[in-house]
Design a protein around this ligand. Structure first.
Ligand SMILES: [Mn+2]
Length: 329
């Protein structure tokens, strides 16, 4: 760990002990790392005797049956009840805006604990512990457990393992480091069932998802002699397959798996028909965070995303042009 990170960690841990009640949240369209890290942090805070409440903009994803949704509250469920809290903990959020409408609950003077691993993190908190070399925010949270001398319980280990396995593609992606495996070893020794967890994360495609993929496979396009590949999703595709955005999320991996592909992306049309959400993936030395940042998004070198205010065909053209302008293949 870098000396500056050690300092940040010590400061954050001290800060956590200073407050009594915490609001926990994570980014919109949450996935395994955001949720797993947040659930483990919540459990840790409760073991420290703190009061906690989880509030997120979006629903708990169907695809993570192994994690507990018991304490998951959505902003739209709150009605007029504004929860009171002394401090906010954000996990896996590169910027405050990424929490979506939870931002309404956060006052300008709120004390924010920002726990993350995105290189694009804007250090928006009063306390920031950001480690871009960590494969997942789950690894960063495990550092906090260690510093506080708390050994993860089985439930906490499960949450953190989901985070690690999600962001490393179960330890296959280039961001996986020796430390990720050491973290996994510690979590496995807490008695978790990794076969079941990995099945939940990677191997539980519903039939409607497969039907949706069938449509998407027919629509894969390429440029730069196959070094760039992408697919696009229209609202109509979701309707026809009886699927939702969450069902489409994993398709980008298949685009990335095509032999020779260096940069893959996936565009989904948003309900307004006037804007799109884009996910980027890279292989080798290509840095898609640069691309996402160009379009006011962000993420990691090999996995990033953004929103573009344009119709689907226009967004597609803009992205391909930007890729060809930015990279040599
Ligand atoms: Mn993450």
């Amino acid at each position: 760990m870098k000396p500056s990170e050690k300092k940040d960690l010590a400061r954050l841990v001290k800060g956590l002990s200073r407050y009594q009640s915490f609001l926990l949240t994570c980014h919109v369209t949450p996935e395994g790392d955001a949720i797993g890290s947040m659930l483990a942090m919540e459990s840790l805070l409760r073991r420290m005797g703190k009061k906690t409440r989880i509030v997120c903009q979006d629903p708990f994803p169907e695809r993570l049956p192994c994690l507990s949704r018991r304490r998951w509250l959505r902003t739209c469920d709150l009605g007029t009840r504004i929860p009171s809290f002394d401090a906010v903990v954000l996990t896996d959020c590169p910027s405050l805006a990424r929490v979506g409408d939870v931002v309404k609950l956060i006052r300008p003077d709120s004390v924010i604990f920002n726990i993350d691993h995105h290189v694009s993190n804007t250090r928006f908190g009063r306390y920031n512990f950001v480690r871009p070399e960590a494969a997942a925010t789950a690894e960063v949270v495990l550092d906090i457990f260690e510093t506080l001398k708390f050994k993860p319980t089985r439930d906490e280990a499960k949450s953190l393992y989901v985070g690690l396995a999600t962001d490393t593609g179960s330890f296959k992606y280039g961001n996986t480091r020796a430390k990720s495996h050491l973290a996994a070893a510690e979590l496995i020794s807490a008695g978790i069932n990794i076969e079941k967890i990995n099945d939940d994360i990677h191997g539980s495609y519903s039939l409607k998802t497969i039907k949706l993929y069938e449509r998407l496979f027919g629509r894969v396009k390429t440029a730069a002699e196959g070094a760039v590949a992408w697919a696009s999703l229209r609202r109509l595709d979701l309707e026809k397959a009886g699927a939702n955005d969450e069902d489409a999320e994993g398709f980008i991996d298949f685009v990335r798996y095509i032999k020779g592909v260096k940069i893959a992306f996936f565009i989904s049309e948003l309900p307004d028909g006037q804007s799109v959400r884009v996910s980027f993936r890279a292989r080798g030395a290509y840095d898609v965070n640069r691309l996402a940042t160009h379009f006011n998004g962000g993420g990691h070198r090999k996995s990033a995303g953004c929103k573009i205010k344009a119709r689907l065909e226009d967004a597609e053209q803009q992205i391909v042009q930007r890729i060809l302008k930015t990279f040599r293949f």
